[in-house]
Design a protein around this ligand. Structure first.
Ligand SMILES: [Zn+2]
Length: 404
């Protein structure tokens, strides 16, 4: 990594849809100090050669626990230290592919990774961790075929908790351990052993307790919802984001827009399941994923049509099935559904920044914001592949340092 003082001769897509042409970005102390033309002859200034600058991207749904299999049994029983070291490799890949921030959506390592990355001790994107999410007994964050005491004593993804009072305490635990938002599994999911996407998890009193407790200490809540019923319940309870939202209708999208609930769209994970031919997935599971993918694509299109704020998430959680460093594939899947390029790019920048309460600091190219920047050879709105195919990114810059 080497520090830069700016980028000259570029056009800027600012992250919120604005464009500044024939300009430059000055960098000082890891932040953008000015936007305006500058000379490429100044030491430490990159010559953008007429290319484009946009904010470093944000993946709003990843799991950083170094898993190498999609099977939860392994996540509980495999030794933790090798997986922790693997996650260091995983986050390096994410950063080099143009993502300078990730929102970690449930896992034990997020706060620790955040700490060592922020201290500059290892290279990775800024981590906004949920720490362990909240799952009911037998929920999507439980591991159904192992003794429940193992899952409770060695949580891999979730605190397994039931009842409003216990959930309140769990939210306090999340905040104590460094969680910056609260993840809750409000429905079951695909690939689970004994739950299904159609299952409702947690009652209204439990969801309300989570939201009240989290909001009291300024932690946003994101609810894993794969079914329509769970989405309604979560929106009604006052969550800030719906994770996945694979089955949405017009009314729930209208409610999400009215209540300012962000959809974290994760088509990638279903795309990976639907295409995977390895032994990790049965033919039935593959067919389930294909059916759900068709609904998820329709749901995303409906949400965009209703003006719901959409943030992109890859839901990468285990190599090799859901590879790290390929988050931007999600942008291509959104394009395939017919989402316009500006909305797609905002989903990886300004919308995601707002979701984590950092809209003036990340996801934007503006004076005072972190100098998290991508230098590109072309306008990403006209040629989205310039960010999807990370080998085309000319430079990834995080807090004013060019990543090798
Ligand atoms: Zn996830």
């Amino acid at each position: 990594m080497s520090a830069i003082n700016g980028i000259a001769n570029v056009n800027i897509w600012t992250g919120d849809g604005h464009v500044v042409r024939d300009t430059g970005v000055s960098v000082f102390g890891g932040r953008v100090s000015a936007i305006g033309p500058l000379s490429p002859d100044v030491p430490g200034v990159l010559d953008g050669q007429g290319g484009w600058v946009m904010p470093g991207m944000i993946d709003s749904h990843v799991h950083l626990w170094g898993a190498r299999t999609p099977h939860p049994v392994h996540w509980v029983v495999d030794p933790r230290l090798p997986n922790a070291l693997r996650s260091v490799a995983d986050i390096g890949k994410i950063l080099r592919s143009g993502f300078t921030t990730v929102r970690e959506a449930g896992g034990p390592l997020g706060p620790s990774l955040r700490q060592v990355i922020d201290a500059g001790e290892i290279e990775g994107p800024r981590v906004v961790p949920a720490y362990l999410g909240l799952s009911r007994t037998g929920g999507h964050g439980d591991c159904h075929t192992l003794p429940v005491s193992w899952v409770r004593e060695q949580p891999f993804m979730a605190l397994v908790v039931d009842g409003p009072n216990n959930l309140r305490k769990a939210v306090r635990t999340v905040s104590r351990e460094g969680g910056r938002w609260v993840k809750v599994w409000a429905s079951g999911g695909v690939l689970s052993e004994r739950d299904s996407p159609e299952h409702m998890h947690f009652g209204p009193d439990e969801l309300a307790a989570i939201v009240e407790e989290a909001h009291a200490i300024d932690l946003p809540v994101g609810a894993h919802c794969e079914s329509l019923a769970a989405t309604y319940a979560a929106v009604e309870a006052g969550v800030d984001a719906i994770e996945h939202g694979f089955q949405l209708d017009n009314d729930v999208c209208e409610a999400m827009r009215e209540r300012d609930v962000t959809l974290v769209s994760t088509l990638s994970v279903l795309q990976r399941y639907a295409r995977w031919s390895g032994p990790e997935i049965t033919a039935d599971q593959r067919d389930d994923a294909k059916r759900l993918l068709a609904k998820a694509e329709e749901s995303l299109a409906t949400a965009v049509r209703h003006g719901v704020r959409v943030a992109m998430g890859s839901d990468c959680f285990a190599e090799p099935m859901t590879p790290f460093g390929r988050s931007a594939d999600e942008l291509g899947y959104m394009r395939d559904v017919g989402v316009d390029a500006d909305t797609i790019l905002r989903s990886a920048t300004s919308v995601a920044a707002r979701l984590v309460g950092m809209e003036s600091k990340i996801g934007t190219v503006a004076e005072g914001a972190y100098a998290d920047l991508l230098l590109l050879p072309a306008d990403p709105r006209a040629d989205l592949d310039v960010v999807i195919n990370s080998s085309r990114i000319t430079a990834v810059i995080k807090e004013g340092r060019r990543i090798a």
